[in-house]
Design a protein around this ligand. Structure first.
Ligand code: SAM
Length: 252
């Protein structure tokens, strides 16, 4: 059913593309707008299929990241996810926090306001995160507009961080890139993690490899990958709608 729908959307996407349609308000939009946005992006990626993953990732986030994040920031942070992060901050000796794929800083802003003792770092590929950080003007938040695949560059932060968290970014990494990122984290970081990403109602412990989704994103077999890179599970589970997988762990 899903693949039939995707096939049907392709010609719609092509028409939208050539009519100069501008996808806006990616989230919390009426169903029709969402369907048009999906059709547009399916075609956008199909049209750019000759580009390398690297070019495609950079191109998409540079062109659409800010628009996407403006809309994404209006969605509430899931309570169960925030609870896990706050629980670690309140019960462990957490002073330095690093967010992978921090977007428009909604988590970092919340944590900076609630916990005045924290030093907060974030990295994200969408260039406009820097403008957002300037707006917040909080000296305890420092962000870098960079591709997470360059994470080795941030080894000093990884070494001093007590907690790393991410929400909805790993799905955008190709399987080999996700493994590379996890390998660098294992090499430099000792501490707690809270990771949340797409599950799309699947039992991820039964997956042996990543499943490509449309628009260059994936459902990854997180339990197996995290185990491979030395993450000890403290707790894991799914959101109520089973769309996301949440993992709390410790990197030793
Ligand atoms: C679904 S949004 C989540 C944003 C943020 N975690 C939040 O919850 O507000 C996905 C984010 O991943 C970032 N992203 C995608 N690919 C990336 C990459 N290769 N390196 C760094 N950030 C990336 C995008 O710029 C975007 O901000």
């Amino acid at each position: 059913m899903r693949s039939l729908l995707i096939k049907l959307l392709k010609p719609v996407g092509a028409v939208l593309f050539y009519l100069g349609y501008k996808p806006r308000k990616f989230h919390q939009t009426p169903f029709v707008r969402k369907a048009l946005n999906n059709a547009y992006f399916d075609y956008y990626f199909y049209r750019n299929r000759s580009l390398t993953t690297e070019e495609l990732n950079n191109k998409f986030w540079k062109e659409w990241g800010a628009e996407y994040l403006k809309s994404f920031n209006q969605t509430p942070i899931p309570k169960y996810y925030l609870r896990e992060i706050e629980n670690l901050i309140e019960t462990k000796k957490v002073k330095t926090v690093f967010e992978l794929g921090c977007g428009f800083l909604r988590h970092l802003e919340h944590l900076a306001n609630k916990y005045p003792h924290l030093n907060l770092y974030g990295v994200d590929i969408t260039p406009q995160i820097i403008d957002r950080a300037k707006e917040l003007n909080n000296s305890r938040i420092q962000v870098f507009a960079d591709d997470i695949r360059n994470i080795e560059k941030y080894q000093d932060i990884l070494k001093k961080a007590d907690l790393i968290f991410s929400y909805g970014i790993f799905a955008y990494l190709a399987p080999e890139d996700l493994e590379k990122v996890c390998g660098v984290i294992q090499k430099h970081f000792k501490g707690y993690v809270v990771y949340n990403d797409a599950a799309q109602k699947r039992d991820l412990s039964k997956l042996s490899e990543s499943i490509p989704l449309s628009s260059q994103s994936y459902i990854h077999p997180y339990p197996a990958i995290f185990k491979k890179y030395g993450l000890e599970e403290i707790q894991s589970g799914y959101s109520q709608d089973k769309e996301s997988f949440n993992f709390v762990g410790k990197q030793r």
